[in-house]
Design a protein around this ligand. Sequence first.
Ligand code: FRU
Length: 681
Amino acid sequence: MSRWKAPRTISVAALLVAASVPISANVTADVAHAAPPGTRAGGPVNPGFDTGDLTGWTVTEGTAFGPAAVTTTDTYWGGPFHHRGSHHLWGFAAAGDDATGTLTSSTFAAPSRISFLVGGGWDPERLYVALVRDSDGRTLLKQTGPEDEAYVRILWDTSAWLGQAVHLEVVDRKTGGWGHLNLDDVRTGDAAVRDDNGLTFRTLGQANQPTATRDFTADPLRPQFHYTPYQGWINDPNGVVQWRGRHHLFSQYHPDSPLWGPMHWAHAEGPDAVHWRELPVALAPPPRATPTDISGIFSGSAVDDGGTLTVAYTKFTDTAAHPGATPETVAVATSTDGVAFTPGTEVITQAPPGSSAGFRDPKVFRDPLDGRWKMVVGSGDGGRGKVQLYASDDLRSWTYSGVLTEGDGTTGAMWECPDLFPLDGKWVLLYSTNEGGRSLQRYAVGAYDGGRFTAERHGVLDGGGDVYAAQSYRDDAGRRLMTAWMSDWNVKEPTRVGGWAGAQSLHRELFLSPDGRLGQRPVAAADSLAQGRPVTVTGKTVKGGWRLGRGDAARVKAVLDLGGTTADTVTLRLKASAAEATVLRYEKSTGTLALDTTGAGYGTRATYTTHVRPGADGTLALDVFVDRSSVEVFTSDGAALTARVYPRYRESDAVEFTAEGGRLLLRSASLTPLGSAVLPD
Ligand code: FRU
């Protein structure tokens, strides 16, 4: 029996009008309010620095914001700034990261809304744009940067101070890396809410985050059916396991900021590998020995050891703070209630020889070949990634069995997060690499003899840009389930302006496809996310489209009839408006499926491709999960494309099929609104 609410019926007409209602709909145009004498209405002088200098702004402290900070520079090492107008204030340009200082705007009468573009480092205490009231010098609102040069728009509701004399202060008290802040295009009143093209800005920023409750609906970039940290940062999924019937999901976690830092293990559990209830932090680092000590609990795995939930993890010790310590060892901790864990005991205190690049991310499994516990650990040496293998009878005493397998030097110098498991008569090895600045989730399919793995075929697990550190487990039903960090070390994280970063992918079931590739499909329980009946069309040449609606989360399924489709390129536009879209494109002649995020909004912009094979009946089925800041595409032949996307505008919620140079025939297509995966604490 399902414990989820029965789907509610939604008609097509309802869906078409269910677009989110702008909270700003009742913003009144700002007129000259009862502004104190001498106070300027309409915002600060030179609100986008487009005079080319600091006209209207005053350096009130330090050297961080000299005139040289006003620049026309439009790109940095990571791409475009996306500033508006000719100039912007690049906090790095005048005096680098180490300079500190404050820049103060002219005084103006507070409008009902203010918005602005912010870039630069994340540090709410030392780096921020502030709204300050002139009469008492009180800081009314603050916003820090996204730890990226590229701009993100922040929207403030300032109606509480309407008409009062206020000014902006750009404050930089941070030295060292990312010790600067960027500002551009301050807008007030109605223009703060709407862009010049009439589209409405999404309401982002720390002032818009709920503080008292764990409300996952308020932030327009907050995934609804993907696990995310309420505040702080997550990366790799850890310890994925089904234990006493419940699915457990731990995550590399830094609670103090949306940036990587001393690692904890966040912990969630649920009934179905889809819905998650947050549990207390399972593992936490030791107290810091120095203010910069980044020692912590790195990645690892979990098994059921005769009823005891047992986790093996990397104990990472920062040798700068602990001279002479061994940086990476393996430790084991246990829980009998699935919530509280014993302190860890080190079980492997030294890396084996030939581990110069690292020794981390133990993944434990019961080896069906000899019934013993085995552990694979990520490593590398001499420019080649490798996997170390250990054996044990009790999870405490481990014997080194040698190198399981290693790369040829073309697939990264350090293989992180290895995972070895049998699947459909073969063995599969998952590992994560960094190759020439690109993070990749790789796999190999091959043979394993209890000591060595021999690869017969290599592949990339997901053709998209944002899948890394995948980890799998065999569930009670015998399925091989997998989830991955839906980001990677290169990805931009615009959600940092709201204090959080990182999301775990939907759980996926792995299988070997008939041609020997590693395939994946969404876990069956993802059906339980449905919040309404699918809106379906069949046997149609499709025109027009749907809207994602208020929840901004939906599943789009389509079966393309390739025989009846005369167009060579078929396009599914997602999260689309006149200004932006995430575009999925299938090219019949080459079999290429491309996920194009170059016009998707904030964040990383790229085009990701994979090759797909239509079924014998001449169809290609697409199963697309769209969440507030992600798109996961699954195809009928087991391919996947995953990307984080961060639309700028509220109106970017259209879903539409188009075809060029011919017609598109769909056997069927449907859009199902999806609900939240968050279970109450
Ligand atoms: C992979 C990784 C692991 C390490 C962890 C630290 O993303 O680098 O190798 O254990 O993240 O957070």
